[in-house]
Each structure stands twice: as structure tokens, then as C-alpha cells.
Design a protein. Sequence first.
Length: 142
Amino acid sequence: MTRVKLDRQIAAGRSCEPPAALELRVRQLTSPRVQQRTAKNLRGVVEYVDRIGYRRDFSAVVINRAAVRAGREGILGLAERLERTAHVNARGMVLARELVTDGATSPLFDRASERSVAQAIWKISDALGPEEHPSRFDAIAG
């Protein structure tokens, strides 16, 4: 329950928790392991929709297949960014994790969501912070 509470505070940009608890949660959220797992989950949603196609599916998880298809490139782009970026903002990671886990509000699951997958991904990308790009020297030397 503490993680959920801390995640909500991070997503909202405010904190009521002691700095040590918040600092620990930020480190957890921005760890490469969590980034990789979140990227894998994003890819998994796309792969699931690709595999199921248009046929009827009997599953406990109800994915908004039309939204996933429409946002496919953005979802995969976000996954790629999480796989290659070393430094991300914890708020962006909270939002990315909510996109793949929150069945009540995520446009990946909620057909009545007020936002599209593209809008959610833009918000997540902004919250993750600036992308790291190699300098021209690094690109030439590499």
C-alpha cells in the first residue's frame, strides 16, 4: 500500500512522505530493472493484440484492441525509449506503469477513457524528462 501511495504522490508532483521513503521509491521506479520490465509489458500488450487479431477472445483482461492498434507505434516507441534511456524521471515511470496496469483509467483497457493512447504517451514522454541523445562526437567516434 505504501508504494501505491508514494506513486500517487510522485505522479501528482507532491510529497507528504518522509524524504527517505520517497527517495527509496524514486530509486526503485527509475532502476533499469523496472524500466526494462515496463518496456516488456508495453511490448506484451502490442504482441497480445497482434496475436489475437480480430477474433473473439475469452480472457479476464479486457484490452481495448482498437486503441492498442491505433497507438501501436507510440507504445513500441515508448518501450524502446525505456530500454535505451539510462536516466528517467520517476513521475514518468509512474505514468508508464499505470498505462499498462491500471484497467480503470488506462486507454489501453478503458474504452471510455477520455484520452487516447497517443495523448497518454505524450504525457508520459514529457514526464520522463528529456531524452538523452549522443553528441555528434559520440556518434562519429562510436
